[in-house]
Design a protein. Structure first.
Length: 565
């Protein structure tokens, strides 16, 4: 076993070490990540990306980034750019090996011609409906196309006319000639080229025929010298066709590569309360269920980044999930745990009041402001301290006061005392209400002998609450994000439409928020723990418009399972 991979438990490492021991592909390990540019990457793609990249690193191999851009109808340059940005942000380096399947359309056309000359491909005139009828079922063999035995010369002429744009969309296709009686439907003379008069985002109008994914993908692996094609488990039935294309490429196009790519499948990522279908995510964007691909509620890499999740948390999550052969579903709580673990080590603790209630400290001098010293990280002396202003009027959280508190309520109430974080003990003396009976402010007194760090009063209080100074606090907007779906399995629990399971409370926007002045001076993209409220991210997109908007990355603990139990 390669010394760099000792202790690796997953079966892919075992397979690669076996290949190396047997001298396959001259001891080379070359992987790739081949996204289709028809949407943004999501957390499931990150699993495949990081696995391929890590294997290349661990085996001192090479890693390619390749766009499988063979469907101009759904693909756009904006998706190419977003994918590149996401992959760079995740810390993956493809060096100079950035490829596009569309760059090799010409040589793929040559390969298709050689298949025709070898009697292994033919031009078929069956309509899509007729082709489905001829294909057969899982229990019945298919029927051969009446065009299957066209001569090589006729096939070459027709294929050339297909390329020259002489036929309409769907009029003809090029099919591989394999076995219509195969138990695997993918091997029943699959379509390998179709006519598609559509503008391609990279090749323009140069082509009106495009290779099918199951043909293009393995051949491109051969072109790039890929040794290990790692893909998710739903492609296992496609492996015989993958092998057929690779074997024919090595035989009929020996000049393109000396390495034989091998497909290996692993379990895709499934996560509770989450949809990881690019098609369904695209629908949510296009139909306005979310505010774009980078909406922080989305499981896209762009959405997670805008929510404040770090690359380290994503990598840790993927490492904990591991690599298996069989599909399973991971609890969303594990991902949130990884996010908390990461931010807990790096995010400074600050004070923000999300739903403010004014407190007037009546025995505090009218014009006095005291600067208090608070630590940035409670267990890290190297994280330093900051100065926080404290004066006569402050804001506390409305939920930290109750007029008629239950037995175990240890915060502020009439006649009760509570400690202000890093400051003094205060006592509620009077509750002020408006004409409708709504509480508008509290009048309290403070005990000057109870200053944090200097308290010699011997007074003991059970509750500690956060606060901000009313004079110096800065107004901000906070977005509280929750699960986008209200059901654990949103795709299966409503067979008619998964969008029926969208959580109506997945986004709550608070506009009357106050934060301590040190937060307002932070750089866009900074992360904080708002004491007792969770981890928050200063949205850089909003900062471009001089708006102070914080996105909640994750709460301080998993409350979702408790709420829904």
């Amino acid at each position: 076993m390669n010394s760099a991979t000792e202790g690796k438990a997953n079966f892919i490492y075992t397979l690669i070490n076996k290949d190396l021991a047997e001298g396959k592909n001259n001891g080379q390990v070359h992987t790739r990540f081949p996204p289709e540019p028809n949407g943004y990457l999501h957390i499931g793609h990150a699993k495949a990306l990081l696995l391929n990249y890590k294997i290349a690193q661990d085996f001192n191999g090479k890693f390619n980034l390749r766009f499988d851009d063979t469907n101009p109808i759904k693909e756009e340059q904006i998706f190419v750019e977003s994918i590149i940005e996401d992959i760079r942000w995740l810390g993956v380096d493809w060096e100079e090996r950035l490829y596009f399947a569309s760059s090799s359309f010409e040589i793929k056309y040559t390969f298709a011609e050689r298949l025709i000359k070898a009697g292994r491909a033919f031009v078929c005139d069956l309509s899509p409906e007729e082709m489905r009828e001829y294909r057969g079922t899982l229990t019945e063999p298919g029927k051969e196309s009446p065009y299957r035995n066209r001569t090589v010369e006729e096939n070459l002429v027709l294929f050339t006319k297909m390329r020259n744009g002489e036929f309409a969309n769907g009029a003809r296709v090029l099919r591989a000639k394999i076995n219509m009686s195969s138990g695997n439907l993918n091997m029943r003379d699959p379509v390998i080229y179709r006519i598609l008069h559509a503008h391609h985002h990279r090749t323009g109008d140069a082509w009106c025929i495009y290779p099918m994914y199951d043909f293009d993908h393995p051949f491109t692996d051969v072109l790039e010298g890929i040794t290990h094609s790692l893909c998710s488990i739903e492609y296992s039935d496609h492996r015989p066709l993958y092998d057929w294309v690779v074997e024919n490429a090595l035989e009929l196009m020996p000049e393109v590569s000396k390495y034989r790519s091998q497909q290996t499948e692993f379990a895709r990522l499934n996560m509770t309360y989450t949809v990881l279908s690019k098609r369904k995510l695209r629908r949510m964007v296009e139909e306005g269920f979310v505010h774009g691909w980078d909406d922080p509620r989305m499981p896209t890499i762009a959405g997670l980044r805008r929510r404040g999740v770090t690359p380290a948390a994503i990598a840790d999550f993927q490492e904990r999930v591991g690599v298996a052969r069989a599909d399973s579903t991971v609890d969303l709580a594990l991902f949130e745990h990884c996010i908390r673990e990461d931010l807990g080590k790096t995010a400074p603790r600050m004070m923000a009041v999300l739903e403010p209630l004014k407190v007037v400290i009546t025995n505090w001098p009218q014009s006095k402001t005291e600067m208090l010293t608070l630590e940035n990280m409670p267990d890290d002396n190297m994280a330093g301290t900051r100065q926080v202003p404290f004066g006569r009027e402050i804001y506390i959280e409305a939920e930290d006061f109750m007029e008629e508190p239950p037995k175990k309520f240890h915060r502020l109430a009439p006649g009760r005392e509570v400690r202000l974080k890093g400051a003094y003990v205060i006592r509620c003396e009077e509750v002020i209400k408006d004409s409708a009976g709504k509480i508008t402010e509290l009048h309290c007194t403070y005990d000057p002998k109870t200053k944090s760090g200097e308290d010699e009063s011997g007074k003991k209080v059970k509750g500690v609450i956060h606060w901000v100074d009313a004079q110096y606090a800065v107004s901000a907007t906070v977005r509280l994000y929750d699960n986008l779906f209200s059901k654990e399995n949103p795709e299966q629990e409503d067979a008619d439409d998964f969008t029926a399971n969208i959580n109506p409370n997945s986004l709550v926007t608070l506009t009357n928020v106050f934060v301590e002045p040190a937060i307002a001076q932070a750089l866009a993209g900074s992360r904080f723990q708002f004491i007792r409220k969770g981890y928050f991210y200063l949205d850089p997109d909003e900062a471009k418009n001089d708006r102070l908007v914080f996105n909640r990355t994750v709460s301080l603990k998993d409350t979702w399972s408790k709420v829904n139990s």
